[in-house]
Design a protein around this ligand. Structure first.
Ligand code: SF4
Length: 192
């Protein structure tokens, strides 16, 4: 794995590979949006009226405009491109943002997807990344396989049900992902 990332793509090339960054509302930074219809767990939870996904904002409003949907489909298809990490690293690097939110729409697609996101975070250690997710098992699998979460990535596990609790709140692993560092990152974002 690279320890020191050096830009090798132009912005135009990066855009052609991974698609554009998103501009989530109420956030002081760019994000990356995937189609909510393709959420692995979320697409099941959407059927459940007591779940948060049932009321997902990314299933309505501007997110369902044809152009926006096409852009998100292009992004999700690009995840398998071997140049994806370099491409998205380039776009985030060039954005000048100090913060970045993964998935203002959509969620983790696989262990490989999480690994790529983590590599992007490692490439850009001065940027604070925020990754809300309902894919607890993917994060747990990554960790059990010996993967380490970089200090500039805040993974926030989101509850499935309205008023619901996170599963396994007593586990050390869950506690670590909901660490003071995450609270600090959220506070910083809120102040901007
Ligand atoms: S996981 Fe997030 S993006 Fe996906 S359906 Fe649920 S709330 Fe929406």
């Amino acid at each position: 794995m690279k320890t020191h990332w050096i830009p090798s793509l132009r912005v135009k090339e990066a855009l052609a590979i991974c698609g554009s960054l998103s501009e989530p509302g109420k956030m002081p930074c760019h994000g990356y949006a995937l189609p909510a219809q393709r959420c692995r767990l979320g697409s099941f939870l959407q059927q459940l009226p007591t779940s948060i996904c049932h009321y997902c904002y990314a299933l309505r409003g501007r997110y369902v405009f044809r152009k926006v949907q096409a852009a998100m489909e292009k992004r999700i298809e690009s995840l398998s491109d071997p140049r994806w990490v370099d491409a998205i690293t380039t776009l985030i690097h060039r954005s000048g943002d100090r913060y970045f939110r993964w998935h203002d729409s959509g969620d983790l697609q696989s262990l490989d997807h999480l690994g790529k996101i983590i590599q992007v975070c490692r490439n850009l250690p001065r940027i604070k990344f925020w990754l809300p997710t309902r894919e607890y098992q993917t994060v747990e699998a990554y960790r059990r396989l010996g993967g380490r979460i970089p200090t500039n990535l805040c993974i926030r596990l989101s509850a499935h049900l309205i008023g619901g609790r996170l599963p396994g709140p007593k586990s050390a692993s869950t506690r670590s992902w909901r660490s003071k560092r995450c609270a600090f990152a959220r506070a910083r974002l809120a102040r901007l």
